[in-house]
Design a protein around this ligand. Structure first.
Ligand SMILES: NC(=O)c1ccc[n+]([C@@H]2O[C@H](COP(=O)([O-])OP(=O)(O)OC[C@H]3O[C@@H](n4cnc5c(N)ncnc54)[C@H](O)[C@@H]3O)[C@@H](O)[C@H]2O)c1
Length: 379
C-alpha cells in the first residue's frame, strides 16, 4: 500500500489472474499509450493478484505490474485502483466483481461473465446500481473485420439475414499428458466447450445480427471423461446447437475441444437474401463478402477509412489476435473517461448476462433433449 495516486489522465488498474488472459490483458494495456486517441486515459498497472507468491512475483515483473497482492480484497481496498480487470477463472468473476463495483470501481471482466446466468445477472445488476463502467471481455467484437461485418449487415448490403453459422474447434482435450484444470470443473467453469469457446460466437451472433436468440436446441458430450491421472472431466468437450433468432434468422453454432486436426479454428458465416459474409481467425485481416452473383470477394481491413487504422500503422499492415486486447483496453478506458459508451461496440455486463442466459438455456436443452425458450430478465 502507500502507492502514489494515478495522475489526472491515468486510470489505476488492479488485475486478477496472471496466466493466459492475464498476459493478453497486460499486453493490451501496454499498447494504449501508443495507439489511443487523445483523451483516452493511460492505464497504470498498479497491482496484480495471484495466490502463489513466487509465481505471482515472476509474473508481476514479466508483465510490468507495480505490486503483487495475494488477496484480491487488497485490490479493491486500494485507492490507487479505479479499474478492476478480472481475468481469473469463471467462478472467481462473481464475488470480486460485485465487491469491486460496490466499492465504486469500474470492472472489465473476462467471459463468460458468470458461471451461470443467475450470477451474471447479479453482476450486471450490482454494476448498474453502482453507476460504474462495466465491460465483458468478448474480444471478437474488436477484430476490425468483424466490426466491418457488422456494418455491412446493418447497412442492408446482404439483405434480410437468414443464417448465422459458426464453428470454434480446438483439440486441447486430446493428448496423453492432459492434466485437469479449472476448465474441466463444473463449479469453477460452468460449462466446457460451450461456455469457453461457443460463448464468443453466441455473443457475436447478437453483435452481428442485432437480434437475440429466443429458442435453443442443443447437444453436449464429454468425449474424453478422464485426465491423464484419472481425474474426472466434468464439463462438455463437444457442443452443437440450433438457435432461433427474433429477426427470424436460424443459427447453427458448434464448438469442440476434441476436433483432432484443429489447433484453433474459429469461423463465422452470415447469409442473407442479397448476399453472404465469411470470417476466419486464420485470415483475420480479411472479410469475404459475396452478393447475388455468388462471387466471394476479399475485403482487406485496415484500409484508409478503418477506425482502427488511424493509430496503428499505415494502411494494410496486418494486425493479430493479441491486438484485440489493445482495442478492448482503449475502449474501456475511453468509456471510463466518458468519450463513448461501452455498448454497442463493446459488450457491457448486460450483454454478458444475455450470453450467459443463452448458455444456461443450451445446457438445459442438452440435458433434457427439449427445445428451450430463452428469456432475458431486465433490471
Ligand atoms: N477472451 C478470450 O479470448 C479468452 C481466452 C481464454 C480465456 N478467457 C477467459 O479468461 C478467464 C481466465 O482464463 P485463462 O485462460 O487466463 O485461465 P488460466 O488458467 O490461464 O489463468 C487463470 C488464472 O487464475 C488463477 N487462478 C486459478 N484458479 C484460481 C482460484 N481458485 N483462485 C484464484 N486464482 C485462481 C491462475 O493462477 C491464473 O493466474 C476465464 O474466464 C476464461 O473464460 C478468455
Amino acid at each position: 500500500m502507500g502507492a502514489e495516486m494515478p495522475g489526472s489522465n491515468e486510470i489505476g488498474v488492479g488485475m486478477i489472474g496472471y496466466a493466459f488472459m492475464g498476459k493478453a490483458h497486460s499486453l493490451g494495456y501496454r499498447d494504449v499509450t501508443a495507439i489511443a486517441a487523445n483523451g483516452v486515459p493511460r492505464p497504470r498497472l498498479v497491482a496484480l493478484y495471484g495466490r502463489n507468491g513466487d509465481r505471482l512475483e515472476e509474473a508481476r515483473r514479466r508483465l510490468g505490474w507495480e505490486r503483487g497482492v495475494t488477496d484480491w480484497k487488497q485490490l479493491i481496498a486500494d485507492p490507487a485502483v479505479q479499474l478492476i480487470d478480472n481475468s481469473g477463472p469463471n467462478a472467481l468473476h462473481v464475488e470480486p466483481t460485485i465487491a469491486a463495483v460496490k466499492a465504486g470501481k469500474h470492472v472489465f471482466c473476462e467471459k463468460p461473465l458468470g458461471p451461470t446466468a443467475a450470477t451474471a445477472f447479479d453482476m450486471w445488476q450490482a454494476a448498474a446500481q453502482a453507476g460504474v463502467r462495466h465491460m465483458c471481455a468478448f474480444n471478437y467484437r474488436f477484430f476490425p473485420a468483424l466490426q466491418l461485418a457488422r456494418q455491412i449487415i446493418q447497412s442492408g448490403e446482404i439483405g434480410d439475414v437468414y443464417h448465422y453459422r459458426s464453428q470454434f474447434l480446438v483439440s486441447s482435450s486430446l493428448g496423453d499428458g492432459r492434466r485437469k484444470s479449472w476448465r474441466d470443473d463444473k463449479d469453477a467453469a460452468g460449462a466446457g466447450a460451450l461456455g469457453d469457446l461457443a460463448a464468443h460466437h453466441l455473443d457475436l451472433s447478437r453483435f452481428l445480427l442485432a437480434s437475440d436468440p429466443r429458442t435453443v436446441q442443443a447437444m453436449t458430450r464429454v468425449k474424453v471423461p478422464t485426465a491423464a491421472d484419472g481425474a474426472a472431466i466434468e464439463t462438455d468437450d463437444q457442443f452443437a446447437a440450433l438457435l432461433d433468432f427474433d429477426n427470424g434468422a436460424l443459427g447453427v453454432v458448434e464448438a469442440s475441444r476434441v476436433a483432432g486436426g484443429h489447433l484453433v479454428t474459429s469461423r463465422i458465416e452470415v447469409d442473407g437474401s442479397k448476399g453472404s459474409i465469411a470470417f476466419s481467425l486464420r485470415t483475420l485481416n480479411e472479410l469475404k463478402v459475396a452478393g447475388r452473383n455468388h462471387a466471394f470477394r476479399t475485403i482487406p481491413v485496415l484500409r484508409e477509412d478503418d477506425p482502427f487504422r488511424a493509430n496503428w500503422f499505415p494502411p494494410g499492415h496486418p494486425l493479430g489476435w493479441v491486438d484485440t486486447f489493445s482495442h478492448e483496453a482503449v475502449h474501456i478506458l475511453g468509456a471510463i473517461a466518458g468519450l463513448h459508451d461501452v455498448e454497442p461496440i463493446g459488450a457491457s455486463f448486460r450483454d454478458g448476462y444475455y450470453c450467459s442466459e443463452i448458455i444456461d438455456a443450451a445446457v438445459r436443452a442438452a440435458q433434457t433433449g427439449q427445445k428451450i425458450d430463452i428469456s432475458y430478465r431486465s433490471l
